[in-house]
Design a binder for this molecule. Structure first.
Ligand code: ATP
Ligand code: MG
Ligand code: MG
Length: 389
């Protein structure tokens, strides 16, 4: 279907399911991660030569992945974005989705929050902090007392960068648990107002290269100890709240550049209002359900979005008989028209003899919409579209 190679930074379970979706679309993939990662295990043998073994935080290895790829994408946001900038500016790849700048903003959860506030997306109040005093001041400013949530700005996942501060006496322990903050050369921290949410919601949002945005239904996620345990799809909530959550998620994604799927985590409050917790520039745990529950999974949607794969029709070229005129009418003539048609790709199989009913090749048509693809098919097949597609 496509000759382009998608290079994926990260080969965990999300990368594995991206590779599975790419396999079904006959799109080749190359994975950058440690040896024998879950994603490279499931990619076809033709891809094995292309995988790059090592860290997605290593700019030189990102360069190696870029050399074998046409488009780069990520299954994790904790990558070296300067390495991504470099391969783009050196022209080693033309496309990275989403953009390195989007990944850079999102990978720092505090910077992500500032960006969302700037674009009018509702989020919990938070403050950058470096000391016990800063946290005490923030608690006073929030005006709700304890608890509050201390968070690492970067490298956070599964709550590993989070500490609940239940009282003033917990503050210094929480800072040291998270590595001490910048004063001790540890990760930078911020403190967030405690959100007494009724439920947690999530929406997967896809954005095309041209900027079209669509979202999946809103789901409920249930976290235990900061880790997602259960996802209920769709969330068993009022339809207007569903719509509100999708709108918040879509608006948030609209504020970032680049194509692909984004996972948006939100808090639903008792009054029906919604705050965005965080978003991820990639497939997300809360979107696994889409593999079985939706026509197009979040993984396939991501591959299609970043490659700008649109509507397509495939026409098998079946021989109509062994005479020269049969070869001409059933194979060569459609191929000639296809060669003159934008959006048509010809595949001929090199079979020696044309016989009635033999598969001699196929033509793939891609277009922005199904009617446009059908119009191309009619041009190539004349009136035979219904009979031969
Ligand atoms: P992920 O694995 O989703 O990337 P993470 O490590 O980035 O998670 P968060 O999403 O910030 O962490 O928080 C994890 C969980 O902690 C949330 O899903 C929610 O249950 C709880 N939580 C986070 N922030 C707050 C808050 N301000 N008030 C109350 N609970 C919170
Ligand atoms: Mg996170
Ligand atoms: Mg989270």
């Amino acid at each position: 279907m496509d000759t382009r190679v998608v290079g994926i930074l990260g080969g965990g379970q999300l990368g594995r399911m991206l590779v599975e979706a790419a396999n079904r679309l006959n799109v080749r993939t190359a994975v950058l991660d440690a040896a024998e990662n879950p994603a490279s295990q499931v990619s076809g043998s033709a891809n094995l030569r292309s995988h790059v073994t090592g860290s997605f935080k290593d700019a030189a290895l990102i360069g190696d992945l870029a050399k074998v790829s046409d488009v780069l994408t990520v299954e994790i946001e904790h990558v070296d974005t300067k390495g991504l900038d470099a391969v783009l500016s050196q022209g080693i790849v033309k496309h990275i989705h989403p953009t390195p700048q989007t990944i850079r903003i999102i990978q720092d959860k505090f910077r992500q929050k500032q960006h969302l506030i700037k674009h009018g997306v509702p989020v919990a109040d938070s403050r950058e902090v470096t000391s016990v005093k800063d946290i005490e001041n923030a608690v006073a400013e929030f005006g709700n007392g304890f608890p509050v949530m201390l968070k690492s700005k970067t490298l956070a996942y599964d709550g590993r960068g989070n500490r609940v501060i239940k009282s003033a006496s917990d503050i210094s322990q929480a800072i040291s648990d998270l590595g001490g903050g910048p004063a001790k050369n540890g990760p930078e921290l911020y403190v967030e107002k405690w959100i007494p949410f009724q439920r947690e919601l999530a929406v997967m949002v896809a954005r095309s290269v041209s900027g079209n945005i669509v979202s999946y239904p809103c789901v409920e996620t249930v976290q235990k100890n900061n880790v997602c345990h259960v996802v209920v799809a769709p969330a068993q909530i009022d339809g207007t709240v569903q719509q509100r959550a999708r709108k918040v998620a879509e608006e948030a994604v609209r504020s970032f550049e680049g194509a692909g799927i984004f996972g948006v985590e939100m808090f639903l409050l008792d009054d029906g209002s919604i705050l965005l917790n965080e978003l991820a520039p990639r497939p997300h745990n809360s979107g696994h359900y889409t593999i079985e529950a939706c026509y197009t999974s979040q993984y396939e949607q991501h591959i299609r979005a970043i490659l700008d794969i649109r509507r397509s029709i495939m026409i098998n070229l079946l021989g109509s008989g062994s005479a020269t005129s049969d070869l001409e009418s059933s194979v060569l003539r459609p191929c000639r028209i296809a060669h003159e048609t934008t959006g048509a790709s010809v595949h001929l199989y090199g079979k020696a003899a044309c016989q009635k009913g033999r598969k001699m090749g196929h033509i793939t048509l891609t277009a922005d919409s199904m009617p446009q693809a059908a119009a191309l098919a009619s041009k190539i097949l004349g009136d035979d579209l219904d009979a031969e597609t």
